[in-house]
Design a protein around this ligand. Structure first.
Ligand SMILES: Cc1cc2nc3c(=O)[nH]c(=O)nc-3n(C[C@H](O)[C@H](O)[C@H](O)COP(=O)(O)OP(=O)(O)OC[C@H]3O[C@@H](n4cnc5c(N)ncnc54)[C@H](O)[C@@H]3O)c2cc1C
Length: 43
């Protein structure tokens, strides 16, 4: 069965969590929901 992960927030932590989750399970379907116009603007 396909597994889905929805992450709320596309700042620093959200994309990091998404990457870590995908490393653990490459087949995982990850969706990031960001309320603002930009995702992961931190350097
Ligand atoms: C003025 C300032 C300067 C800083 N300068 C530095 C610096 O130079 N170097 C450094 O390392 N750190 C800096 N920081 C700290 C750094 O910004 C934070 O540590 C980091 O952004 C935290 O990341 P986060 O993902 O936890 O939260 P955030 O970056 O706050 O990300 C949370 C995201 O969730 C989104 N969100 C919230 N609620 C919802 C919702 N209901 N639906 C959808 N999206 C939602 C927000 O829009 C946001 O994009 C600074 C912080 C501030 C305030």
């Amino acid at each position: 069965m396909e597994k889905n992960l929805v992450i709320v927030g596309g700042g620093a932590a959200g994309p990091s969590a998404a990457a870590e989750a995908k490393r653990g399970d490459p087949a995982l379907k990850v969706t990031i929901v960001e309320q603002g116009p930009f995702v992961s603007t931190a350097a």
